[in-house]
Write a protein that binds this ligand. Structure first.
Ligand SMILES: C[S@@+](CC[C@H](N)C(=O)[O-])C[C@H]1O[C@@H](n2cnc3c(N)ncnc32)[C@H](O)[C@@H]1O
Length: 81
């Protein structure tokens, strides 16, 4: 299994800032979550939390990477699993 702690700085510097996320991925996520009943959202594989920041509301992030969860935890409660 990939150790995402070792990829965390690359992910945060190169991928999270990729315009494709802002222009394509996050709007799709917003459409998906927006079509669901209100409630707590579990973001499985939340990474550094960009999805949670994007959809807002009550989101709990779950991820295996301690490094990425430290970033996510600035905006949402997180669980390492
Ligand atoms: C491609 S990244 C996507 C991160 C985030 N969803 C986003 O769109 O920015 C995949 C994430 O899933 C997490 N992940 C991968 N396999 C996992 C597993 N078996 N259990 C928990 N988290 C896992 C990684 O640590 C990483 O943060």
């Amino acid at each position: 299994m990939t150790n995402w702690d070792s990829l965390a700085s690359w992910w945060e510097l190169e991928i999270v800032t990729d315009p494709a996320y802002r222009e394509d991925v996050l709007p799709l996520l917003g459409d998906l979550v927006g079509s669901m009943p209100a409630g707590v959202v579990l973001d499985l594989g939340c990474g550094e939390g960009q999805g949670a920041r994007s959809v807002g509301g009550t989101v709990v992030g779950i991820d295996s990477s301690h490094v990425l969860l430290r970033s996510a935890n600035r905006v949402i409660p997180v669980v390492q699993a």
